[in-house]
Write a protein that binds this ligand. Sequence first.
Ligand code: 2BA
Length: 92
Amino acid sequence: MKLLVTIVQDQDVPALIEALMENDFRATKLASTGGFLRAGNTTLLIGVEDERLDALLELIKKTCKGRQQSDPAVSVGGATVFSVDVERFERI
Ligand code: 2BA
């Protein structure tokens, strides 16, 4: 199992959460702030079985869009994803 720490732009969150729920992925949404822009973004913690990881990444790619930010001029990616091995997972 993997835990995807997925940082996305706030604008993409409603569509991404809907797509996750429709496809039976479970997620936890955290309000976060980018260190560089110091603007709000959203971090989703998504636990996923290894065999569904590729499908999840495809869904994130399809739903989250890169955007150009004007002040300062930077391009913010569709999503920043850290994939972490889960040593143990329990729902109690
Ligand atoms: P922010 O830190 O607010 O960064 C927003 C965008 O600003 C970044 O987009 C990147 O294009 C630019 N940027 C960030 N740091 C920069 C720097 N030192 N010099 C020049 N430009 C810089 P993304 O790379 O798509 O990142 C989007 C958000 O994902 C980030 O928001 C941050 O919240 C998170 N993130 C990205 N890389 C990370 C990392 N290695 N560790 C933790 N969080 C990360």
